[in-house]
Design a protein around this ligand. Structure first.
Ligand SMILES: Cc1ncc(COP(=O)(O)O)c(C=O)c1O
Length: 483
């Protein structure tokens, strides 16, 4: 039913008189899929899957389908649910807000918004000694849109940006211009100036063919070279001005395949940016909130961003609240005044209340130690898989609980997207037996060559769940590599 070539017939057997007279609550998956095929747009990402999955319930690290099969989720909604499904404390905060002030126009104030902005601001003051303000919106792409407006405004309307090859910042018209994949722009024409894309330090596949041991961060030297002469197209040497307002960067590439840059990279890059008065926009939408072992992933790399963009796990996936924080001189009311951006839901109280509780929870717990220890345990398990499947597991790496496993041909280097896809689809098919029980496994495949399994498990994942996950991957690998 879900195969693209059959989609035109797929909705043929839905009730002629529409949804009003049918009981969706008791429908089988096949019946539901018939309505989905007829009434849901297929333009989102659901139909990336060969067989889309319907889930009914979630708890902790697991999703459950209609038959009650537990699916261990090692991706947690692309890192939007860092604190576990149905987190009792965050759900309770949502209920409390529902009873007190469930809705109020974003034109008016409410105390949760003010406290949330204050806590974020004070945290950044403590971490980096910088003063600034937070500005909210809904969704990571919209927050990046706001960041685009903010840096354009702060630089006198400069519309050109640097961004990374492999970078992802959203799929609105504006953010696809700074997201590297042409695939997301191809059908829609140009809206914003396309970014100048700079190679990311993807050391396993160094774009310059160097080895990290002795490269001396040659990639940053190549970026710095752009400013040597006006003939390199970005710099007016006479007035010492760059055509570009900002560099949009993920501290660790998310969609690009959880690629962790080498230490020293961002420090050296930031020196170039500061010298050329180019702002650093740190997109923490996927890596923020302890995913990579620190509140902000960029803290791992010893540089101070000018703008921070966040979303996803801010609310643990309970509300699409997102936002940005910017240094005071970029966002003070005299430069970023009333109405610079607006969205009806931009600081909705359900979102700010759960985000606030989440930030308090992060302040109370030692997430740094937790993510470091669990991440090290998980990575050790991935290294064991690398030993068990020599060549096929070409590269593993991790920082906190952001981990990667790059699948290759037997030579250990040639990308093997087919194997990655088999693991992904096999996990979703479920029915994988471990310890006499049947499980499904939620994985995500990304990376430049679609051969990288990226892991963003629940930060509270237990070691037993990590073992279960590794066991499930082992079963899938064994089946997929059996000759
Ligand atoms: C780094 C990064 N920025 C921005 C976005 C876009 O966020 P959203 O999907 O909420 O629009 C994503 C989503 O995956 C992301 O990973």
């Amino acid at each position: 039913m879900n195969k693209p070539e059959l989609w035109r017939d797929a909705g043929a057997d839905v009730a002629a008189d529409g949804a009003g007279s049918v009981d969706f609550a008791s429908m089988s998956e096949d019946e539901l899929m018939a309505y989905e095929a007829k009434y849901c747009s297929w333009g989102d990402t659901v139909h990336y899957m060969e067989v889309p999955k319907i889930f009914e319930r979630c708890e902790g690290s697991f999703l459950f389908d209609g038959e009650g099969t537990p699916f261990l989720d090692l991706q947690m909604w692309h890192s939007a649910v860092n604190f576990g499904y149905a987190n009792p404390r965050l759900n309770e905060a949502t209920r409390r807000q529902l009873d007190r002030l469930p809705q109020v126009s974003s034109k008016f104030l409410h105390r949760e918004k003010i406290e949330l902005a204050t806590r974020l601001g004070q945290r950044i003051e403590r971490t980096w000694g910088m003063a600034g303000r937070a500005h909210f919106n809904v969704g990571g792409a919209q927050a990046n849109e706001d960041a685009l407006k903010l840096v354009r405004n702060a630089t006198g309307g400069k519309s050109r940006m640097f961004a990374f090859e492999g970078g992802y910042h959203g799929r609105t018209l504006g953010t696809t211009a700074i997201t590297s994949s042409y695939r997301y722009r191809r059908k829609f024409g140009a809206f914003a100036d396309r970014a100048q894309f700079v190679p990311f330090p993807y050391c396993f596949r160094c774009p310059y063919g160097k080895k990290r041991d002795d490269c001396d961060l040659y990639c940053v030297d190549q970026f710095a070279r752009l400013f040597d002469s006006e003939y390199h197209a970005v710099w007016d040497a006479k007035v010492e001005e760059c055509e570009f307002a900002a560099f949009f960067a993920e501290p660790i590439q998310g969609t690009g395949g959880y690629i962790i840059p080498p230490q020293g990279y961002f420090e050296k890059l930031k020196e170039v940016l500061e010298a050329r008065k180019i702002l650093l926009v740190d997109d923490e939408v996927q890596m923020g909130f302890y995913r990579a072992g620190k509140f902000w992933a960029m803290e791992n790399f010893n540089v101070k961003p000018d703008v921070i963009v966040f979303g996803k796990s801010l609310t643990n996936g309970l509300n699409p609240l997102s936002g940005l924080w910017a240094r005071e001189e970029l966002i003070s009311p005299d430069v970023w005044g009333a109405g610079m951006t607006h969205s009806t839901y931009s600081s909705n109280p359900m979102g700010t209340a759960v985000a606030l509780e989440n930030i308090k929870m992060m302040e109370e717990g030692d997430y740094e130690t937790m993510t470091r220890e669990k991440g090290a345990y998980f990575l050790e398990g991935l290294k064991e898989l690398q030993r068990r499947y020599p060549g096929y597991v070409g590269h593993v790496d991790g920082m906190g609980l952001a981990l990667r496993m790059e699948l290759c041909e037997a030579d250990g280097f040639t990308p093997n997207p087919k194997l990655a896809n088999e693991l992904n689809q096999g996990g979703f098919r479920g029915g994988i037996e471990v310890g006499g029980k049947r499980y499904g496994l939620v994985l995500d495949v990304g990376g430049y060559y679609k051969n990288t399994v990226v892991f963003a498990p629940n930060l509270s994942i237990t070691t037993a769940e990590i073992d279960l996950g590794l066991g499930l991957i082992d079963r899938l690998m064994a089946a997929a590599t059996r000759t």
